[in-house]
Design a protein around this ligand. Structure first.
Ligand code: COA
Length: 425
């Protein structure tokens, strides 16, 4: 079976997490992703958070599957010649360098477009044009500037960042969509274009419901927020709402049996209006079904704390999995709080390829998250990440058609990592 992006060649200048997430997705859909790394150094994450000395870190391996790695010094004159040839042969250049790096390398958009008018140049930066456009950005900075941190956490606590990497991986996902859209447009125009995604914008897009609530505040209190029922007045900005549901159906995280010793013995419980009656029966409050103080969503809003406290009395008598089983019979939306250990051991996630075991030549076997996007006619086979420069010769010979002599000259120049003899002395 062929793959959706077969025939698309990506020149991958990404590093750390945001860009690599994007190019890994493209590789999983079948694109030939050629990752360009600095000779002798490589993507900085190869050596970060290492659990096994001198072995590519899980940080790196889990973000760079299905790619080829070449080493190339793009500041070396011969390296620039090789890069020019790569631009001619590839469809998309993806980068998440700091602001201005590509220009300083001598490859601004205008030059790339002149070399290969069909090339799409896709970039992630921390911020879009404006006062912060020159700033370097990492995950948590984006979470803070994109509206996530100010709306995450408890009302009386400090702003919180979330473990989900919405700034890095989230923006990588956004960029991948932009690239695929630009590739589609190219089939009609024959022209490449610039695709940019700022991490602040990507996070804000994921915090869309909070900008919704900011505007709703102009028209009165946010009645589905716990603080409404607690009688705490709202200020002029969307507050942190702890585990309140972000939607129109109130929800909370509730304790389950074993919570005293198990930090993850909890369930998320949503009191969706259409299943209010079965909820009342299950928790042992059948009169709430017709009681005018409880029967409609609107009258329940000021009493959510008391209602969830009553539901919790019931959930505390069940394990999170027992509660899930009982509630699902009545289509009551809920979900156990799963630890990473439980997810790693979940056989159904293994069966779908969402969690995969990968073998690596120096690390051995490890677990990774496979492709979460399933295409029925483009299956994903997760292939281990490349070693630094593993495919340099292969790419130079087979993609760029360089001869033995040309390859020897490039090696002698130091552009792919081997120091010239004179310099080595
Ligand atoms: N050959 C030669 N030089 C190379 C090279 C190669 N193959 N690859 C990179 N370099 C050089 C660049 O030219 C640059 O040099 P310069 O500053 O002299 O122009 C240098 O490496 C560093 O690039 P930079 O991207 O600024 O790295 P950094 O480690 O200083 O900063 C980030 C890291 C992530 C903060 C920064 O890249 C950034 O803000 N990226 C955009 C936002 C982003 O994606 N952030 C999240 C990352 S998960």
């Amino acid at each position: 079976m062929t793959q959706a992006l077969k025939g698309v060649r990506i020149l991958d200048f990404t590093h750390v997490q945001s860009g690599p997430t994007c190019t890994q997705l493209l590789a999983w859909f079948g694109a030939d992703v050629i990752k360009v790394e600095r000779p002798g150094v490589g993507d900085i994450t190869r050596g970060q958070l290492q659990d096994i000395p001198k072995v590519d870190s899980l940080y790196f391996t889990m973000l760079n599957h299905n790619k080829r790695s070449i080493t190339l010094d793009t500041k070396n004159p011969t390296g620039k010649e090789v890069l020019t040839r790569l631009i001619e042969e590839c469809d998309v250049l993806v980068e998440n360098f700091g602001p201005g790096v590509l220009d300083r390398m001598g490859f601004p958009w205008e030059k790339i477009h002149a070399i290969n008018p069909r090339m799409i140049v896709a970039s992630i930066k921390g911020f879009g044009p404006g006062p912060y456009e020159d700033c370097k950005v990492y995950e948590n900075v984006a979470q803070c500037t994109g509206g996530s941190a100010s709306t995450t956490g408890f009302r009386d606590g400090v702003p919180l960042v979330t473990g989900a990497q919405i700034g890095d991986s989230g923006t990588g996902l956004h960029l991948a969509l932009g690239i695929v859209a630009a590739l589609f447009q190219r089939t009609m125009t024959g022209q490449g274009q610039k695709v940019t995604c700022a991490m602040q914008d990507g996070v804000l897009n994921l915090c869309r419901v909070k900008l919704r609530d900011q505007q709703r505040l102009d028209h009165g209190p946010l009645k589905e927020y716990s603080q409404y029922g607690e009688g705490v007045p709202f200020g002029d900005a969307v507050p942190r709402a702890a585990n309140d549901s972000g939607g129109g159906q109130p929800g909370r995280i509730l304790k389950c049996k074993g919570w005293e010793s198990d930090p993850n013995a909890y369930i998320y419980f949503i009191t969706q209006a259409p299943v209010w009656e079965p909820i009342c029966d299950i928790i042992g409050e059948p009169t709430w079904k017709s009681d005018p103080d409880y029967a409609t969503p609107a009258v329940r809003l000021p009493k959510l704390n008391a209602i969830f406290a009553r539901i919790e009395q019931w959930t505390m008598t069940k394990t999170k999995f027992e509660a899930m089983e009982i509630l699902n019979k009545y289509d009551i939306p809920c979900g156990p709080i799963l630890s990473m250990k439980e997810i790693a051991e979940d056989q159904s996630l293994r069966a779908t390829g969402t969690v995969v075991e990968v073998d690596h030549p120096t690390r051995g076997k490890y677990l990774s998250v496979g492709n979460p996007i399933k295409l029925s006619a483009s299956p994903t086979d997760v292939v281990r990440s490349p070693l630094l420069g593993e495919h340099t010769e292969e790419v130079l010979r087979k993609v760029l058609n360089f001869s033995d002599e040309k390859l020897a000259a490039i090696k002698a120049s130091g552009a792919i990592g081997q120091a010239p003899a004179a310099a080595a002395e």
